[in-house]
Structures are given as C-alpha cells and as structure tokens.
Design a protein around this ligand. Structure first.
Ligand code: IPD
Ligand code: CA
Ligand code: CA
Length: 276
C-alpha cells in the first residue's frame, strides 16, 4: 500500500535536508581551508563589495552537487548561478559565503547558506558556519535546530525579551552606503538610544540564525538579496519568530528586500522604531 502523502512529504524533505547539509559541509570545508590562505580579492558592485576565488569555487561546488542531486530544481546563486526549474517550481537560493568581507579580512564569522523554496514558500534551510562548526537547519513545519560539532541537533527557539531595552539587536549596512541616502544611519541612531546592545556582525544569514537561536532578539537590514536571507527566514519562522518587511508588509522572496526579524514580543516596538 502506498505511504500517505504527508509521509512521503516529510521523508522527502528530510532526505533533501540531509543532502543539503552534506553539500553545505563540503563547501564549508573548502572555506575553512581557504580562510587563512592568501586570497585573490576582487571588487564587485562597489569598492566595498568584495568577492574572492573561494566564493566562486564554493558556489561551483554547491551548484554541481545540487544539479546532480536535484536535476529538475532551479538554482539562483550570488556568484551568477541562474538555472530555471525544469518541471516544477522548486528553487535553491545559494550564498556560498555570507560574510565575504569578514572572510577576506580573516574575521572568523561567515557561513554557507542554502535554502529550497517552492514559489514563495521556504521548505528547507541550511546555514553552516565552518569556523565555529555550527550547523543551523530547518524544515517547514518541523522546527529549526542547531548542531554543534559532532553533537546532537538541539531545537531552536527565539528569545523571550519583552522590550528593546532588554534586547540585543543586529543590523547591517548596504554596499552602496557611500553614495546612497538609504544608508541605515537614521535607524541606527534611533535604535541605539533604546536597546541593550546593537551589533553589526557582518553576515545576514548568521544574524537570522542567531535570532532563531535566541542569541539576538531582533535584526533589520536594507537592500538585502534573497540569497542572503532565504535560509534564515525559515529558521526564524520555525523557531517561533516573526519575519516581515521593514514597513510591516508580509515577507515575499523578491530580488531586493528591506527585512526585519524578531521574537513576537518586541515585533511592534521594532516596527515603530523603524518607522521613525
Ligand atoms: C552580505 C552580508 C552582510 C550584509 C550585506 C550582505 P555577502 O553578504 O550578509 O552582513 O550586511 O547586506 O550583502 O556579500 O557577504 O555575501
Ligand atoms: Ca550574502
Ligand atoms: Ca556572498
């Protein structure tokens, strides 16, 4: 007798997760090896938007493995991968190094980020920090987890902070901040007067993973790309947190995003502070 639909659904997504984890770890090992080597650093969209050969090599490795494992899925990657889905709407969003500026400067805070979406719905998320050997995973409807080193996966839950005064919040700054007025300075000025701590760790994907883990209480950032946040969005949602556009609109996986994440308790205060 065939297994019920939901059984197949669960098993397929878990299998997909396992494959994505092994791909992210393989790419992570490549980054770990390259981290302390001399790097060929190239400027991309602006003098402060960098790319290294490791971004390119890791994306090549990831897309080669994804195509082999999921030949009908689409792939959109930061370093140029753009493969249309063949006979369904499944798409992988790939950021081979989220935190390239950190990586290029020997600052040990960056990750590999992979997420599978069907249309606008996130299904599977993997964020791997190869230096701290932390693996963050989520499957839609089945929670978010962190695995440290060889340990067992532990469920993630967002923080219980009630107000911004009790919160540590992260943000980031867009690569066009030297020339654009939308540079996040006004928002930083308002938050710094209200929060317990404000951080700029330098990896949007890890910022979201840390919100999911309750290490940060909230996060916002302008002009993100979908590959920066595709995996982190599902982690936060599955850890019981809130994701929205910075104006309060529901999250949609568009090409450029102004995004915020938080627990439920400080959500309104964050939106009000963003509104000015
Ligand atoms: C960047 C990082 C950074 C964020 C930028 C992103 P990259 O990604 O996530 O924290 O502030 O907006 O573009 O360039 O290191 O992949
Ligand atoms: Ca990124
Ligand atoms: Ca990147």
């Amino acid at each position: 007798m065939p297994a019920p639909f939901f059984y197949n659904y669960v098993m397929d997504l878990q299998k997909t997760l396992t494959t994505a984890v092994s791909i992210a770890k393989e790419a992570g090992a490549l980054l770990r090896d390259g981290f302390r080597q001399n790097k060929n650093i190239i400027q991309k969209s602006s003098a402060i938007d960098l790319v290294t050969q490791y971004d390119q090599d890791a994306e090549k490795l990831i897309t080669t493995r994804l195509i082999l494992a999921f030949p009908k899925h689409g792939i959109i990657g930061e370093e140029g991968s753009d493969l249309a889905a063949k006979d369904n709407s499944y798409v992988w969003y790939v950021d081979p190094i989220d935190g390239t500026t950190n990586f290029a400067h020997g600052f040990p805070h960056f990750c590999v980020s992979l997420a599978l979406y069907t249309a606008e719905t996130p299904l599977v998320a993997v964020i791997y920090d190869p230096i701290k050997e932390e693996l963050f995973t989520a499957v839609a409807g089945y929670g978010a987890h962190v695995t440290q080193g060889e340990g067992a996966p532990r469920p993630l839950q967002v923080s219980q902070a009630e107000t911004l005064l009790h919160s540590v919040i992260a943000t980031g700054f867009p690569y066009d901040r030297h020339t654009s007025d939308v540079d996040n300075m006004a928002e930083v000025g308002r938050f710094i007067k209200k929060v317990q701590g404000l951080r700029r760790p330098g990896s949007a994907a890890l910022d979201l993973a840390y919100v999911a883990a309750g290490r940060l209480d909230g996060y916002w950032e302008y002009k993100l790309h979908i590959w920066d946040v595709a995996a982190g969005v599902l982690l936060v949602q599955e850890a019981g947190g809130r994701i929205a556009m910075m104006n309060g609109d529901p999250f949609t996986p568009t090409a450029r995003l102004n995004l915020m994440a938080s627990n439920h308790k400080i959500y309104r205060e964050m939106l009000d502070t963003l509104a000015g």
